[in-house]
Design a protein around this ligand. Sequence first.
Ligand SMILES: *[C@@H]1O[C@H](CO)[C@@H](O)[C@H](O)[C@H]1NC(C)=O
Ligand SMILES: *[C@@H]1O[C@H](CO)[C@@H](O)[C@H](O)[C@H]1NC(C)=O
Ligand SMILES: *[C@@H]1O[C@H](CO)[C@@H](O)[C@H](O)[C@H]1NC(C)=O
Ligand SMILES: *[C@@H]1O[C@H](CO)[C@@H](O)[C@H](O)[C@H]1NC(C)=O
Ligand SMILES: *[C@@H]1O[C@H](CO)[C@@H](O)[C@H](O)[C@H]1NC(C)=O
Ligand SMILES: *[C@@H]1O[C@H](CO)[C@@H](O)[C@H](O)[C@H]1NC(C)=O
Ligand SMILES: *[C@@H]1O[C@H](CO)[C@@H](O)[C@H](O)[C@H]1NC(C)=O
Length: 473
Amino acid sequence: MLLNFEIFVVWAVHALSSSWVSATSETSDAGLNSSTLCPSTSSCTCQSSIIQCSGLSSLDLLPPSSVAEQLVVLDSQLPLLNVTLLQHLPQLRHLELTNCSIGGIVGTWWNPHLQDINLASNNFTTFSLNSLDGLLGLRTLNLSANPLRSVLPHPPVEARLQTLDLTSRHWNCTEHTMTWLAAWLQRSPPRLLAGESETLCEETRKQYRTMDGRRLVDVLRLTQTMLDQCPSAPPFGCSCDLIQVDVAPTPAASPASAESGTGGEGPLIAVIVEVYCDNRGLTEFPPLTDFGPVIGNHSGYQALTALFLDGNLLEAEDANRLEGSDFIHRFSILSLSRNKLQTLPLYAFDNAFQKRSFNVDSLFLGGNPWLCDCDSAFTFSFRTWLASQHKLIRDRAEIRCGAGALSTGPPAGPPLLTLSRRKLCGGPQISWWDVAIGLLATAVIVLMLKFAYDVTVYRRTGELPLVVRKLPW
Ligand SMILES: *[C@@H]1O[C@H](CO)[C@@H](O)[C@H](O)[C@H]1NC(C)=O
Ligand SMILES: *[C@@H]1O[C@H](CO)[C@@H](O)[C@H](O)[C@H]1NC(C)=O
Ligand SMILES: *[C@@H]1O[C@H](CO)[C@@H](O)[C@H](O)[C@H]1NC(C)=O
Ligand SMILES: *[C@@H]1O[C@H](CO)[C@@H](O)[C@H](O)[C@H]1NC(C)=O
Ligand SMILES: *[C@@H]1O[C@H](CO)[C@@H](O)[C@H](O)[C@H]1NC(C)=O
Ligand SMILES: *[C@@H]1O[C@H](CO)[C@@H](O)[C@H](O)[C@H]1NC(C)=O
Ligand SMILES: *[C@@H]1O[C@H](CO)[C@@H](O)[C@H](O)[C@H]1NC(C)=O
């Protein structure tokens, strides 16, 4: 306090009228007279320890004060807020800068007294908590009514904040950086997110509009659960995205609806999660049996995961583990292209396809060295299966032989689906198709000979063929 006081005296001598100096020198440390020390300018008025300004175009115009505890700036144009200038108010406890078109913060500040900041009704699209690092006493931050899409985390500031107001309808709920907020709300003592029911997502992925208007907190909790289950740790290093959400079709009386915030409806659940594990050099399947808590036990939402495993080193034995896994009953998209697969547990897939409704969307299998061998039961079952699952298997033209008798190095030949049994087995095998064509050709020749015969008979004898004579006209 004494130090501040001395600084103030020095500043006052340099900058302002001598009447203030006499006031300060007469006042003791304990009895500082705020009303006489609080300076006013044309755009700012000052009462007690409160400075109130409007129509400012720069914080340069603020009157410095060592006693001001509250600064209110309204209806100004400060697109870039230079907080270094707020160092002229070292005793500041409450700061309100609303309707000032602030879109960003520059500069550094340090103030252990500042407790609450209201930056409502500005122009922030992103806000970095990092910019508040020097405010050791900060408790409340109000960012309501900004076009905010995300707030970047900064753990020291998160720990200090007790109350947040993030009311906005523009949150980017596909952004994972906001999951700090879900963790913040779990902290103790309990933290308050004011206006939680008005803090809403705006759709950013145009193909699914299911997050539009959902509460940010509900989506973040789902995202957090999903990220906890995502096989992102080594050796998998996958990344996961929440793509589509919905309210679970739960009866209103169910206990689950009590904890949801969606007003009588069931809790928010994930409908599609995308898991990207492509091109990561994986030699085994990532663990994917645990997305249950995101999906919930809600019928109709079993096919949940889109899993991209293209460009890895997965082999047949890895694929065999799909058999008996939960995952095979839940996926909507599975991409296994460009791995080292030679065979696939077809019956496991068939089983899964039969058990559930139409939720499975697509399966990609191209670019693998598929086993093509006349002696292998797999080869022919696989070919038949490819034909029967033509709606699901999207890249059938890329499914080629790469192993077995017929392989010639990396898969490059014609698509397996176009290979006849004769081509697959080499030798002169009889195909029913060939037999049918042969029979047809014979029938055509017989008919032509009969026609030639009938024409000859008619020319010689004038007699019409039997068939013609029996006709009713
Ligand atoms: C501050 O000054 C005003 C008027 O100059 C006076 O009325 C008031 O009593 C003073 N307050 C203190 C705490 O000295
Ligand atoms: C916000 O400030 C502008 C001037 O910068 C003023 O014209 C406008 O009325 C203010 N809006 C509100 C809601 O106070
Ligand atoms: C902020 O204000 C300080 C003090 O006037 C000045 O030194 C600094 O350059 C300003 N920073 C920016 C980014 O304008
Ligand atoms: C808000 O910021 C955007 C750019 O992010 C700018 O185009 C717009 O003019 C700003 N609005 C106001 C009122 O300053
Ligand atoms: C945040 O500021 C707005 C506008 O000043 C106000 O309406 C709202 O109540 C504030 N929120 C909190 C939690 O004080
Ligand atoms: C929302 O976040 C996602 C993921 O970070 C990003 O790809 C997208 O561009 C963002 N959308 C907007 C409108 O900022
Ligand atoms: C699903 O149901 C099973 C048994 O009915 C239960 O053990 C499990 O915890 C439930 N999972 C979820 C996410 O509710």
